[in-house]
Design a protein around this ligand. Sequence first.
Ligand code: CA
Length: 368
Amino acid sequence: MKIVKIMFVCAIMFFGSVGLVGCGAQSDNVQVSGAQGESNKIYRWKLITTWPKNLPGLGTAPEKLARKLRIMSKGRLDIKVYGAGELVGAFEVFDAVSQGTAEMGHGAAYYWRGKIPIAAMFATVPFGMNAQEMNGWLHYGGGLELWRELYEPFNLVPFAAGNSGVQMAGWFNQEINSVEDLRGLKMRIPGLGGEVLKRAGGVPVALPGGEVFTALQTGVIDATEWVGPYNDLSLSLHSVAKYYYYPGWHEPGPTLEAIVNKEAWNSLPEDLQVMIEMSVRAINDDMLSEFTARNNAALRVLIDEHGVELRALPDDVIAVLRDAASDVVAEAAQDNELSQRIYDSYMGFFSEVRAYHAISEQAYLNAR
Ligand code: CA
């Protein structure tokens, strides 16, 4: 009882900004670096994103991040968010943050696959781990440490900062009844999933979200994936494609990333660094909650109000894609020694977590 009382008093002191001093043994040694000299310094940062400005879910997450950090830091961390194309193009975010043009970025690691093939594993792996499993690997399975090691030569500190959950397979103007229907199909699909589509006869196209609608409307592409009902409705993809396919075999729970320029990160006092660490964890969780809450209602709107036809990919098409995926992912590991360690870590964790999830999450989903 006494311990509870002390903790309660300490909580009041902490949230009342009185400080931690005197709050018991665990807190006695807390020293916040820079508390004297840097407590009033204002850090004005630019946060550039790969998303259209304020796109629901993906684009609003960095806005929420900046707003909460501004409040928590009492204005010391003042971050301005830019949508894709406002400061740099969507696919220039990695280089721009690496070079210090902006201090922070928000996007997805598979967009940098042309530069670092294995980076895609930190976003998503076709037929790989879902959101819950990715978060387990990144935060308690050694994944985040490997991600930091991978981005270190690029002067970047990465964080997991959002997850959409299992995506949809995408939007098509023709039915997919066999693998033959994928042959020659020009489809916007990023990451390792794009390479898998290529092996199955398709033609993957890399496009940022802001260009997907026009590309499909004008016939530059025949099909596209984007995210899921909540996001796809906001891009009006239903008005340029008829069939909406599931499941999102190519993105079973993609992690979005926040990247911070290393010098900018090192320039921050410890308390602001901790605020960023905690805020990106919150955003990482918040986005999944938002998609979970809103996808089904958006799907009803797509079907009931816009006449979208929902379709499942045939089992034999899924089987061909699954076979191609294991080759594509294993090949990405052959780039260098670090790529192989990342692959081994991911696959080792995946193997163990899927064994347990077979008798927990999956068994429950089958049973309910
Ligand atoms: Ca996607």
